[in-house]
Design a protein around this ligand. Structure first.
Ligand code: KG4
Ligand code: ZN
Length: 362
């Protein structure tokens, strides 16, 4: 079984081939990512129209390279998995239209995949299957969500951010202290040098009155209220605290921040983010009797988060799984893996009238 994955939900055009030998572990045969960072950097963030046009330019070449590197011809492709959503509609449409067109022309089944299922399955692709039940935190530029996986391929949302995603907070803090774009890796680097205790930024706490917006979480009877409060995240207050701090020390922008000040802000901000993410994740893991913790998504590339998660895992006796750096940020191998998961559960291709869904929930 060989599956071609296609991902175009945001600003990376990606294609990958993954093989699933009968009864064996998934094998990554190729993983091509054409990043648009250089194009969007000039604007300080992703410009949807530019992203869609660039996907259109890149998609054919990226897929051809993924097949070439995997020494795979179209005749060897048993299925195509493509990101259906969530994401930018113009970007998603490029991948979805491409997959449906090739699928129809060559008679290859096409499986629509949720982007976050892809991030979650990057864990199994990199580490082999997790022990279930597992508690998986997906932290990216667009999402901060906790999923309970009672069994392979079953994803139950138990917590999510009420406002900003963690990656978004990283990107905004990077902008506030004058680092470039994308901010996550830059803040990560400075945080390694800075003093984590320098500034006492507030640890986000959600109060009883916080109304849950967004997709409904699936919680066991009776746990609704307490879990809803404690397994959700919030990062906008922390971002505001960083902005106030910067305004205060620079006298409202009268002078630039020194290098040491930037290092300390990054380190102190990151300490709070990591503490918030891991407190919630490990608490939820305990509540759900999880046998493993997984952390996936772009922010899972963060060195501090990986280290601290490892340490908490050792302290609590829960094994912690993270993807490789290449599989943490957006890629198509994880989409292929999520497609394989659906295939293993019996899916043999979706009707080709499915559409890109920018607000798709999981
Ligand atoms: O998963 P991803 O590639 O795209 C989305 O699905 O959103 O995640 C991108 C996010 C960005 O916000 C980026 O700043 C953040 O992941 N990121 C990091 C690191 N590398 C990427 N955040 C913190 N530390 C990093 N090393
Ligand atoms: Zn992503």
């Amino acid at each position: 079984m060989r599956i071609l994955g296609i991902e175009s939900s945001c600003d990376e055009t990606a294609a990958a081939v993954v093989a699933a030998p009968e009864g064996g572990r998934w094998q990554l045969l190729s993983n091509i990512v054409a990043s648009q960072v250089a194009i969007h950097r000039e604007w300080g963030g992703v410009v949807p129209e530019l992203a869609a046009r660039q996907h259109l330019r890149d998609i054919c070449g990226v897929v051809e390279r993924a097949l070439d590197e995997a020494r795979t011809t179209w005749d060897d492709v048993d299925a195509i998995a493509v990101t259906q959503g969530p994401g930018l509609v113009g970007s998603l449409l490029v991948g979805v239209s491409f997959a449906k067109a090739v699928g129809a022309a060559r008679g290859i089944p096409v499986l629509a995949v949720h982007h976050l299922a892809g991030h979650i399955e990057s864990l199994a692709l990199h580490n082999g299957d997790l022990p279930y039940p597992a508690m998986v935190l997906v932290v990216s530029g667009g999402h901060t969500s906790l999923y309970h996986l009672p069994a392979p391929g079953v994803y139950r949302l138990v917590g999510r951010t009420r406002d900003d995603a963690a990656g978004e907070a990283y990107d905004k803090v990077a902008k506030l202290v004058g680092l470039g774009y994308p901010g996550g890796p830059l803040v990560d680097r400075r945080a390694r040098i800075g003093n984590r205790q320098a500034i006492a930024f507030p640890v986000p706490r959600l109060t009883h009155d916080d109304r849950a917006k967004g997709p409904k979480t699936h919680l066991p009877e009776g746990f609704e209220e307490v879990l809803k409060r404690s397994a959700d995240f919030s990062f906008s207050g922390l971002k505001t605290a960083v902005r106030r701090h910067v305004e205060l020390v620079t006298g409202g922008g009268a002078r630039p921040l020194t290098d040491t000040e930037i290092d300390d802000i990054c380190a102190s901000f990151q300490r709070v983010v990591i503490q918030t993410l891991l407190d919630r994740t490990f608490r939820a893991a305990e509540w759900f009797d999880a046998r493993a913790v997984g952390i996936a998504g772009g922010v899972a590339a963060n060195s501090g988060l990986r280290q601290e998660a490892e340490a908490r895992g050792a302290a609590t006796g829960l094994p912690v799984f993270v993807p490789s750096l290449a599989l943490a940020t957006d890629n198509a191998a994880m989409i292929a893996a999520a497609g394989l998961r659906r295939w293993a559960a019996g899916a043999r291709g979706d009707a080709l009238d499915f559409n890109a869904e920018p607000g798709l929930t999981l």
